[in-house]
Design a protein around this ligand. Structure first.
Ligand SMILES: [Zn+2]
Length: 153
């Protein structure tokens, strides 16, 4: 809001409170090459536990069999990664109805300052980046060291 001229700030607030539908933040992350291998059972147990602890349960990999790790081949120049994936963080606000009213009210009352404010009680459907990482791990397109690096940065 600080970049919007004072004369137009009121209009900008009105537009955000009443017409904002989606906020999407995307980040490109390394994709495992096809040469990636299934993670050995012992390591899997360790990673599942570490992921759960570090993300306070957001990354829960208990029920997946697709955890993979980087290997390296001629196609990826021995790196184990080839190409990029989009890891998104998404906030969706309904266009009308009670949820819209909840959001508009929360916005006007400046109650949307923290990530923890992005929830159903404020009319918002929110998918965190950690939830996205969890799904990318579960389908074997990302490995745990890459996710860990993203979480730390
Ligand atoms: Zn490869």
């Amino acid at each position: 809001m600080s970049i919007i001229h004072g004369d137009h700030r009121e209009d900008a607030h009105f537009l955000l409170a009443n017409y904002l539908r989606v906020v999407l933040h995307q980040k490109l992350v390394p994709k495992l090459c096809d040469c990636a291998a299934a993670m050995p059972e012992e390591k899997k147990i360790q990673v599942i536990s570490e992921a759960y602890e570090r993300t306070k349960g957001v990354i829960d990999l208990e029920v997946t069999d697709n955890l993979r790790e980087a290997v390296g081949c001629s196609a990826c120049n021995g790196l184990g990664y080839k190409g990029r994936l989009v890891a998104h963080e998404t906030m969706v606000i309904p266009s009308d109805g009670e949820d819209r009213d909840l959001f508009s009210q929360a916005y006007r009352e400046h109650r949307l300052n923290l990530t923890s404010d992005l929830n159903k009680s404020n009319g918002i459907d929110y998918i965190s980046r950690q939830e996205t990482f969890c799904n990318l791990l579960k389908i074997g397109l990302m490995d745990w060291p890459s996710v860990l690096k993203q979480i730390k940065s």
